[in-house]
Design a binder for this molecule. Structure first.
Ligand code: A2P
Length: 273
């Protein structure tokens, strides 16, 4: 049975979602989404800048899963934040996805102008076309600024987290504010070498699980939402098959000990795109 987390407005989010960053638009994305939904996923995480929203929508429609059973996230891109076109950008995302609401709409990065975008997102939320709203790549200081100027607490902050860069202090700070954490690049990202770690193989062997399954389970037990990406049907299925075992405290610590302190992506205080 899949685990869920209840967000701060009562909305329930499945703890594993299919990530589609760098999943090419067209059949690859359509098939990944359809495969995931038919394998039991009920949560898909995309973004305008992934340029595959239309294919995500197509994958949803080709599956036999009703829209209402699916938790769908997309994100407002930096260029739209900077020129204050959150509402138009949101409508364009809905149109590409072919849906009349999303379950979660996120500010993708704290780009200049995000404060005004957050005001627009509160209006979108009030309209019911986004069931929840949140942020991504926000540090604690961004959240503090937002919270002192907002009526709505973000439901989630989607940030980089993997065994190599657990980001645990930020996770703890975000949780303390009643905000859920979602982990991007949870498996160390594309081109990473995390999954070839002999430590993960050794731990996995004890439970009859792969390194990827160990890492996904580690995220689940830390109470974060985890968004593994794969374009391969067997891996998509495997990545959801993590609810029949539990890592011991010792093994949780062994996974956490893989931390290098090196990010896979950009520091939100330092990004330039
Ligand atoms: P692929 O899409 O070719 O399967 P992240 O989710 O951290 O961004 O990392 C995803 C990377 O890990 C992708 O390169 C993906 O490649 C690979 N990956 C995803 N699931 C698995 C798995 N179960 N076993 C091995 N590699 C995986």
């Amino acid at each position: 049975i899949q685990s869920t987390i209840t967000l701060n407005n009562g909305t329930v989010i499945p703890q594993i979602g299919l990530g589609v960053f760098q999943t090419p638009d067209g059949d690859v994305t359509v098939n990944a989404v359809q495969t995931a939904l038919e394998a039991g996923y009920r949560h898909i995480d995309t973004a305008m800048i992934y340029r595959n929203e239309a294919s995500v929508g197509e994958g949803i429609r080709r599956s036999s899963v009703p829209r209402g059973d699916i938790f769908l996230t997309t994100k407002l891109w930096n260029d739209d934040i900077r020129v204050h076109r959150a509402k138009d950008a949101f409508q364009e995302s809905l149109d590409r996805l072919g849906v009349d609401y999303v379950d979660l709409y996120l500010i993708h990065w704290p780009a200049d102008g995000w404060q005004r975008a957050w005001d627009d997102m509160q209006e979108i939320y009030a309209s019911g076309r986004a069931k929840t709203i949140g942020v991504s790549n926000f540090h604690e200081h961004h959240l503090d600024e937002l919270l002192s100027n907002s009526d709505v607490t973000p439901a989630a902050d989607q940030i980089e987290s993997s065994p190599q860069f657990p980001n645990q202090a930020l996770i703890d700070a975000v949780h303390a504010k009643g905000i859920a954490v979602e982990a991007w690049s949870p498996l160390g990202g594309t081109g990473g070498n995390l999954l070839s770690s002999p430590d993960l193989a050794r731990i996995g062997a004890k439970y009859g699980k792969s390194p990827a399954q160990v890492v996904i389970r580690w995220h689940i037990q830390r109470g974060v939402v985890v968004l593994p990406k794969s374009t391969h049907a067997d891996r998509i299925r495997q990545n959801l098959d993590v609810f029949d075992f539990m890592l011991s405290d010792e093994d949780m610590a062994r996974v956490s000990a893989l931390a290098t302190g090196v990010r896979n992506g950009s520091d939100p205080d330092d990004f330039a795109f």
